[in-house]
Design a protein around this ligand. Structure first.
Ligand code: CUA
Length: 171
């Protein structure tokens, strides 16, 4: 079979690129534990409402200044509805769903995760600018999917904050 020289060039070029990308993924997953932000920790969806962590979702500011935000994503609400976090500190989001698949996207940031029933999704982000941000569900989850949204308020670093607070909101 005769293959034109330029076609050969592109075939080999594409093959080298694919091998390069796959190698990079394998190296990153082995040496840097790079993996999707979900599927690291499991939880029985039937126990979410009685779970010690997810029954009372909210914001906890730890003594070392780090912040954990526990979010319950359910049809068609994020709890807590309004999340307040301090500017310039690492914020760990932990979330799960008692019902179906949801998305969790903080618009205008690179925080964008899928929330899967049966799993705990976790990621970390630092907000460098104060202000209010919209949180949307970006996975179709049912008839009122388009109404599923929340608010994130990044409070200026100077704002007085107690060393340890828990702000919980339950339906
Ligand atoms: Cu929840 Cu779409």
């Amino acid at each position: 079979m005769k293959v034109d020289i330029y076609e050969r060039f592109w075939m080999w070029g594409a093959t080298v690129m694919i091998v390069g990308f796959l190698t990079a993924i394998v190296i990153a997953s082995v040496t840097q534990a790079v993996q999707p932000p979900s599927h690291m920790e499991t939880i029985d969806p039937a126990t979410v409402f009685t779970d010690s962590e997810f029954a009372n979702p909210g914001v906890t500011i730890h003594d070392d200044g780090s912040v954990t935000v526990v979010v319950r994503s359910e049809l068609y609400v994020f709890y807590p509805r309004t999340i307040r976090v301090p500017q310039g500190r690492p914020v760990t989001f932990r979330m799960t769903s008692p019902d179906v698949l949801h998305g969790f996207q903080i618009v205008g940031t690179n925080a964008n995760a899928t929330v899967v029933p049966g799993y705990v999704t976790e990621f970390m982000i630092t907000f460098h600018e104060p202000g209010e941000k919209l949180i949307v569900c970006n996975e179709y989850c049912g008839l009122s999917h388009h109404l599923m949204q929340g608010t994130l308020i990044v409070e200026p670093a100077g704002a007085a904050a107690p060393s340890s607070t828990t702000e919980a909101e339950t339906p």
